[in-house]
Write a protein that binds this ligand. Structure first.
Ligand SMILES: CC(C)(COP(=O)(O)OP(=O)(O)OC[C@H]1O[C@@H](n2cnc3c(N)ncnc32)[C@H](O)[C@@H]1OP(=O)(O)O)[C@@H](O)C(=O)NCCC(=O)NCCS
Length: 365
């Protein structure tokens, strides 16, 4: 019986070649196709970057108009999905509702191979599902999606019930662009595994949402705001964080499995956060918490190169535009759907993913 070398967490195992992104953890570099992600976040829109990932290039004016309109046309939820969401008890968390509602999307066309039209349908409906549920939880009638707004502006409009400011749309767009794609993270890998079986697009996206829901993957930004709230004052930052570290706990929003230097998404988002929140005392406190955390991590984990990650600044940006903690991970799903779908297209062409395991049980007589 052959024994295989076990790599826990598949660390350093390469299972695919991809044109979609380069995540260089040593140098703190993130590339989407042949573009720096940080430049895309500053100079482009959600739809433009989705076009880059799905179609292989940034769109010209005509291509962009077509994609913006195609997404807008697919936002509305069919009656069966609205009733399904409404039938789920109020104490079921938003990610579970999202996973259930997405699994009921009936995309047009054959179930395999996935098409760009199907990808547009699923991507367009995700924000509406979240906003529908959020409205119900707040005892409001859900707002019909608008077709005259961009993907990001319409999402904010449906959540808040008012036209969002340009600054808020810009800031959320930057976050959504920076988190659209990130190599073979757990949820993207889950999507690729399902797609490699030649199952349908909706099944792959549903699996990915299930993986993103896990606190080790998509759950950190809300814990960053909780940490900063709990710290409360600058004077309390050092004793509070020191106590956490002495107790063997991690500091939320610091460290990363891949980046051994500053997370490039955190660097890009810090510029956005600075513009948005520079006059907010809470932001000032967050910067103090960042500096204190960095100092203490050097003391407690010398030589580990622990820095802030994207979730630290995601928390600041989402709080500044008025999104509650409960929407942080669902909003992450709104952006990462773009990357999942791009990977699903790639994986559908590839060999079925089927690793091995070593049997450690007892053999029958
Ligand atoms: C993301 C995370 C799970 C990566 O874990 P990992 O791959 O084990 O990280 P590393 O290999 O770099 O860890 C090296 C050491 O630093 C410690 N460390 C890592 N992140 C830490 C943090 N945020 N606070 C305190 N210590 C931390 C690890 O416990 C490990 O210590 P050890 O060698 O004494 O056991 C981890 O950094 C973490 O839990 N961070 C906080 C949660 C978070 O912000 N998640 C969002 C990520 S985008």
């Amino acid at each position: 019986m052959a024994d295989f070398i076990v790599s826990p967490g598949l660390e350093n195992v390469v299972v695919a070649e991809t044109d979609l992104s380069l995540v260089d953890g040593q140098n703190g570099v993130l590339v989407y196709r042949n573009h720096w992600a940080r430049d895309l976040a500053i100079h482009h829109t959600f739809e433009e970057v989705a076009h880059l990932l799905w179609y292989g290039h940034l769109p010209n004016a005509e291509e962009l108009k077509a994609l913006v309109e195609a997404l807008a046309a697919q936002r509305e939820l069919p009656a069966h999905i609205q009733s399904l969401i409404d039938s789920i008890p109020a104490d079921v968390d938003m990610m579970s509702v999202l996973r259930t509602a997405v699994s009921a999307i009936n995309v047009s066309g054959e179930s395999f191979p996935p098409t760009l039209q199907q990808i547009i349908e699923v991507t367009a409906k995700l924000p509406t599902i979240i906003a529908h549920r959020y409205a119900r939880l707040n005892n409001r009638e859900p707002l019909a999606p608008r077709t005259d707004l961009t993907h990001t502006a319409n999402y904010l409009y449906m959540l808040k019930g008012e036209q969002p400011t340009a600054a808020h749309v810009r800031a959320l767009d930057a976050y959504l662009i920076l988190t659209q794609e990130h190599g073979l993270n757990a949820s993207t890998f889950a999507a690729r595994v399902v797609a490699s079986t030649q199952s349908d697009l909706v099944s792959s996206v549903t699996a990915a949402i299930g993986a993103l829901k896990g606190p080790r993957h998509g759950g950190a930004p809300s814990e960053v705001t909780e940490m900063i709230e709990a710290i409360g004052t600058k004077e309390n930052a050092e004793p509070w964080m020191r106590k956490r570290l002495e107790g063997g706990n991690v500091l939320m929003g610091f460290g990363h499995r891949v980046y051994r230097t500053r997370d490039p998404r955190a660097t890009a988002l810090s510029v956005v956060a600075q513009e948005l929140a520079k006059d907010d005392p809470w932001f000032d406190l967050a910067l103090h918490v960042e500096n204190t955390g960095l100092k203490l991590l050097q003391e407690f984990k010398p030589g580990r190169q622990l820095n802030v990650n994207v979730e630290f600044y995601a928390a600041i940006v989402m709080r500044s535009i008025g999104l509650p903690d409960s929407l942080f991970t669902p909003t992450f799903a709104v952006s990462r759907t773009v990357g999942w779908c791009a990977h699903i297209l790639e994986a559908a062409q590839m060999r079925i993913i089927r690793p091995q395991s070593n049997y450690t049980g007892i053999m029958p007589e």
